[in-house]
Design a protein around this ligand. Structure first.
Ligand code: AMP
Length: 218
């Protein structure tokens, strides 16, 4: 599980890890955005919370996560990104996977100061097709507005507007950050510095996961 505030680089690192280990990335934000795009009843309900930078009610998120974890490709393992967001969700997750005889191997918290998060998120652009991330200043695509990897269109998430970002950071501090202590107590937590290039952060992440990545590849 990757834990950290919005803009910490969880999505970027989760995708790197997914490609390295061959296990799926399960990102609650991506699942919710897909439901919003498809205009499902769940998506319509979720969007009003997402637009305000608030957490979507647990029953909706848990339903999406349960469905995703039950899929065939998640049997070999999975990388959680953006879920859980509260101690309550963490407890629901433990019950959900515990019922299948599965437990979390590791939680890595990615730490980045707030001023850096606001800078990163306000320039962030996402590919509508493959979800790859860019930054207009720090990591621009070769052609403005077009994904280098798949040619998809790049867009700015509505909830990446500065005011909404501040609300998301507040929600993180109040509701999600307590998970660091929660998983610290359970004894499966490592914390890494999320500053620097994606390569630098990847090296720290692999260091924190030492043994685990090799074990999964074997
Ligand atoms: P993210 O892509 O992880 O930054 O999530 C975008 C938005 O989706 C958040 O600001 C929340 O509104 C919603 N969201 C994502 N994951 C969760 C979750 N685990 N619980 C509640 N809401 C979530």
């Amino acid at each position: 599980m990757l834990l950290g505030p919005p803009g910490a680089g969880k999505g970027t690192q989760a995708r790197i890890l997914r490609d390295r280990c061959g296990i799926p990335q399960i990102a609650s934000g991506d699942l919710l955005r897909a439901a919003v795009m498809e205009k499902t009843a769940l998506g319509v309900e979720a969007s009003s919370y997402m637009d305000r930078g608030q957490l979507v009610p647990d029953d909706l998120v848990l339903r999406l996560i349960a469905e995703r974890i039950a899929r065939e490709d998640a049997r070999v393992g999975f990388i959680l990104d953006g879920f859980p967001r509260s101690v309550k969700q963490a407890e629901a997750l433990a019950l959900m996977i515990g019922a299948q005889g599965v437990a979390l191997d590791k939680v890595v918290a990615v730490n980045v100061p707030d001023e850096e998060l606001v800078k990163r998120i306000s320039g962030r652009r996402t590919c509508a097709k493959c979800q790859a991330m860019y930054h207009v200043v720090f990591e621009p695509p070769r052609v403005a507005g077009v994904c280098d990897k798949c040619g998809g269109e790049l867009y700015q998430r509505e909830d990446d507007a500065e005011e909404t970002v501040r609300e998301r950071l507040k929600v993180y501090a109040e509701t999600t950050r307590p998970l660091i202590e929660h998983y610290g107590r359970i004894g499966i937590l490592s914390q890494i510095d999320g500053l620097g290039t994606p390569d630098e952060v990847e090296r720290r992440l692999l260091g924190a996961l030492d043994g685990l990545v090799r074990a999964k590849r074997a």
